[in-house]
Design a protein around this ligand. Sequence first.
Ligand SMILES: [Zn+2]
Ligand SMILES: [Zn+2]
Length: 341
Amino acid sequence: MRFPDPFSERGVWLKAALHAHSTASDGLLRPEEVINYYARAGYRVVSITDHDKLTRLNSSNGCLVIPGIEVTVGKDGTEYHLVVLGVEEEPRRAKDPQDIIEWARESSAVVIVAHPYWSAMGFKELTLLEGYDAIEIYNTGCDIEVGKGYSTVYWDYLLSHGIRVFGVAVDDAHRYTNPPTDALGGWVWIKVSEVETDAVLKALHQGIFYSSMGPEIKDFRLSSSTLFVKCSPVARIDIISLNGKGLSIDIDILHRLIKGWKANDKGAKSLIENITIKAADGMRILEVEMIGNVVISICEADGALHGLFIDGVNMFVDKYFRVEVTDFKGRRAWLNPIWLP
Ligand SMILES: [Zn+2]
Ligand SMILES: [Zn+2]
């Protein structure tokens, strides 16, 4: 099956901050300080996206600097913030967010709709905009300041309505180390064959990346009926799909189900046909045969999930699905969606 798949691409993973402000707009660090700050924290790609202002800067400290801007444009009472990456000039005045998207597309720039939840955007309005690459699914600043960091419900609305967009986690940092700290909370891992601007923009256009607040996705494979995901220790793995579809595996609920099944509990027996527990590579493999001929093999060690293999994934998905993991601190990582044929 073909889909945007960073795990089978050859190349290197680059940690990227795609939305950050400097003193050139309302940030507290000077542009060079922003780059140094992220470079010291292990980032290899940074875009300074000041408000309606293109801040030019050379790459330095092993950090590739992608020219970017956050454009604000109002329409019908909503303020759209559009993060545009890979532009060489500031946009002409625009009356409509669609004008900015068209302008960006002329130079093959990447367009991200910033913080839909924070902006109280309409779901319908987002489906009417055309040609943007991604929406922000997590924004550290919006989370820390007003508790509106997660916009994943917008993502699933768009995906459910056939709009193919990727999801990015960003900081939107203004304050950096000054409390309340709004940096190093959300980023993307981009897979590129070469560390240069065009390769990064191409990977963003094609969805060759995933987003994280901490957890690492180590591998992902998919065939027509099987799915395999391997990750750093997490509490929960979710497969999110169209209305009523999907699957959640939570470590605590799983343990209760297994206990219930062993005790012949009616509830557990109504879901699970058989459970086999094996050991491999220092992990416990819980092979759970569900009622309905689906087998879910779960890798577990030290009370955490490390991945799973599903034989019969079609049972749980329709039209599209995406994988999301959550660690024990509530930090998430998100793979980009898979659109089913
Ligand atoms: Zn904004
Ligand atoms: Zn911003």
